[in-house]
Design a protein around this ligand. Structure first.
Ligand SMILES: C[S@@+](CC[C@H](N)C(=O)[O-])C[C@H]1O[C@@H](n2cnc3c(N)ncnc32)[C@H](O)[C@@H]1O
Length: 256
């Protein structure tokens, strides 16, 4: 299929998902190099740490969110930021043999961990999807929003590759609304999870990834801005469903 990422208009406002984090990188080039290194290096540890972090509920939760977003049998799915395939695995159970799934991710290391028959894997980024216009019925992106460089460009691409009537689901962790909730989650994710990662991870930078994970959650643009960016990209019925105060599910539909 011919890659046809949509050109971002020169005057389009850039919408980074968070302010720069100088503890980890300097400029945007260093940011991209940091992301590539951290995901490529720590990929063999990702599923194990994620299981601990989600207390084993990861597959069940991802499947429920996909169902809530309307993913059905036979759909042509594009999973952006497929990583090691945790969202894709659940999507496959819902779309069945008549469906088809393509995964996109810039990290070859993460995608090397995937063992899902029939899935097509393509190296690429949300901001310039290597897919044709109107080629998907459903687009999912799980926990990658905080890593893209321009949310507006990514949502513009989501709109381009979905067919009219197609649906998008963006899963993200959001800061709790209360200060106490934020402090509790911060202590858990910035201290406990990296410690667990140090013990059960095999890579030296796995603990760093999970510290970075929290720092991006804390610095992330608020949910209202994510929803506004979806509307600005041309989506309708933009909604946010929240589980346990932190698991945000953004859904939207490309108008017919
Ligand atoms: C935390 S993992 C999530 C993986 C998987 N979706 C899940 O639910 O577990 C984030 C993924 O986003 C990918 N990523 C980083 N920058 C990206 C970009 N610009 N576009 C798409 N994916 C990106 C990373 O390589 C990584 O595999």
């Amino acid at each position: 299929m011919t890659p046809s990422p949509s050109p971002v208009p020169a005057d389009a406002a850039l919408l980074p998902p968070h302010a720069p984090l100088p503890l980890y990188y300097g400029d945007e080039d260093e940011h991209q190099a940091f992301l590539r290194r951290i995901f490529d290096d720590t990929a063999p540890d990702y599923d194990r740490i994620e299981r601990v972090l989600a207390f084993g509920s990861g597959p069940w939760y991802r499947r429920s969110a996909l169902k809530r977003a309307g993913l059905a049998a036979g759909a042509q799915v594009l999973d952006v930021g497929i990583g090691t395939g945790l969202v894709a695995r659940e999507a496959l159970t819902l779309i069945g043999p008549a469906g088809r799934l393509v995964g996109v991710d810039p990290s070859a290391g993460m995608m090397k961990q995937i063992d899902l028959p029939g899935v097509e894997l393509v190296e690429g980024k949300a901001e310039a999807l290597p897919r044709a216009d109107a080629s998907s019925d459903f687009l999912s992106m799980g926990y990658a929003l905080r890593h893209i460089s321009d949310v507006a460009a990514a949502f513009g691409e989501f709109h381009r590759v979905l067919r009219p009537g197609g649906r998008v689901l963006v899963l993200e962790i959001s800061k709790p609304e209360s200060r106490l909730g934020t402090q509790l989650l911060k202590s858990y994710m910035r201290a406990v999870v990296p410690l667990i990662a140090r013990f059960i991870g095999k890579r030296s930078d796995t603990a760093e990834l999970w510290r970075y994970y929290w720092d991006t959650i804390e610095a992330c643009i608020p949910p209202a801005q994510v929803m506004e960016a979806l509307r600005a990209a041309g989506f309708r019925d933009v909604q946010r469903h929240v589980e346990l105060g932190i698991f945000s599910e953004y859904t939207a539909i490309k108008p017919e």
